[in-house]
Ligand binder design. Sequence first.
Ligand code: EPU
Length: 337
Amino acid sequence: MFEIKENFSLKNYNTFGIDVKTKYFLEYSSVNELSNFLVTQRKQNLPLMNIGGGSNVLFTKDFEGYILHSKIKGVEIIKEDDDNIYLRVGAGDDWDEFVDYCVKNGWCGVENLSLIPGNVGTCPIQNIGAYGVEVKDVITELETTEIDTLKKTVFTNKECQFAYRDSIFKREFKGKHIINYVTFCLNKKQIFKLDYGNLKNELKEYEQVNLQNIRQAVINIRESKLPDPETIGNAGSFFKNPVVHADLAENLKKSYVDIPCYFQNTDLIKIPAGWLIEKAGWKGKNIGNVGVHNKQALVLINNGGATGMEVLDIAKEIQKSVKDKFGIDIEMEVNVV
Ligand code: EPU
């Protein structure tokens, strides 16, 4: 039976460490428990939100409804052949513990995604990515409960409509489904993705390129650039890297010869938002309780006691100054509630 907590602080349930309260908080350990709860709460018609590790959310005020947190756990091998292994994993499992488990077993595919905070069930929503890999590359399907109908639904990889930091669960199905299980296909053959510049360089420090060392190299890069949410509240990249038309990038190159450009196709170019924010003078700046990280300008930090509104105000100022300086809109990656 589930227990509902009232006026519950979310400080330990969002990596920004924003101290807001939710009217009700519920943790559930099975799909049945979730369904039972949804049946009873439907009559009340209060807002409802599911959070995983709370690593991609910015709360700007108290939540006048139910915050749900999955504790559905466990890794089950559902299929295996000479090349691949298929794992069905509970939404409530910690993402990095799952990565560690795969690496220890010699299964390839998620090692580049080491040390990303959050849970297995929320990683598909924003299609987490790092060092040349996105989680969409290894997901085969996922199982959800539809909130309104309680229907159990299976989404294939294609049906999730994954894109850069995006999926159908951030768009038309936002707040409509709760993810309960994710199925991954990992490689038993040692096939690595090492093209990302940083990673290649870091790996030169190691005698051997193997799964453990790739994981360690990714951890080292992340620890050198990104603040640990356990000590400094943050939600990773606050903004997405903008994709602009090649003409605009060409124009900017005339004034900024060092602007990093990643071609998406002949017309579209991705520019690192971190670079734009740094050039707009924000890197390392602190305003009140909010800061722009001094090693990666894409990350906003809570220097202690920040409110969500303070973070949001700075984020909007950053957006405006990047727009004024470069004519580029940068979109927030975090879910502002
Ligand atoms: N850069 C700057 N100044 C900065 C930050 C970056 O000039 O303050 C430049 C770097 O010099 C480099 C380029 O921007 O040339 C790219 O930097 P980096 O490799 O750190 O990657 P990113 O594009 O800033 C993205 C992801 C990260 C992910 C890394 C590595 C997004 C929004 N962010 O950052 O994801 O770890 O690539 O793959 O795509 C996250 O989503 O929370 C996250 C941390």
